[in-house]
Design a protein around this ligand. Structure first.
Ligand code: FEO
Length: 172
């Protein structure tokens, strides 16, 4: 049986993850309209992964017999400026999610909730990867400056990303 405080916090995180999916989906549309289909592909896969992150918590709550509360998802922006500005936004957003995860870990520790503490370790590791990926693309974009040809080369690289679903649909 999970503590009510933990259940509320996990339900809020489900919303954070769905908002992340919304944000990246909106960015994906923005990049496609800019003619950068590789960036659009990368972000649309990112959006799918965020949905998986939400569903993994959703499943966790249900497997503990806890109530799932799906909060309203706020509207993401639809304009993201230059690719550098957009990926700055991705990195900033991932840093925010890392902070949310760390707060959940703190709460699990405070409540001596071992199962949730263990469950959250997957997210702790995932956030290292999420920030690293965003930083890597941002660094490349900053490095190339205004070189259009290099931008299209990055676009071709990002077009190669493929979606890999979580094993067991996120079930523990
Ligand atoms: Fe679900 Fe990108 O963190």
């Amino acid at each position: 049986m999970l503590n009510e405080k933990m259940i509320n916090a996990l339900n809020k995180q489900v919303n954070e993850e769905f908002y992340s999916a919304y944000l990246y989906l909106s960015m994906s549309a923005y990049f496609e309209n800019l003619g950068l289909k590789g960036f659009s592909n990368w972000l649309s896969i990112q959006a799918q992964e965020e949905r998986d992150h939400a569903m993994k918590i959703f499943r966790y709550l249900l497997s503990h017999g806890a109530n799932v509360k799906l909060y309203e998802i706020k509207e993401p922006p639809s304009e993201f400026g230059t690719p550098v500005e957009a990926f700055n936004e991705v990195l900033k957003h991932e840093q925010h999610i890392t902070k949310c995860i760390n707060e959940l870990v703190d709460l699990a520790e405070e409540l001596k909730d071992r199962p949730t503490y263990n469950f959250l370790q997957w997210y702790v590791d995932e956030q290292v990867e999420e920030e690293e990926n965003a930083r890597e693309i941002l660094n490349m974009l900053e490095l190339i400056g205004d070189q259009k040809q290099a931008l299209f080369m990055i676009d071709r690289e990002l077009a190669k990303r493929v979606y890999t679903p979580l094993t067991n649909g996120g079930e523990e």
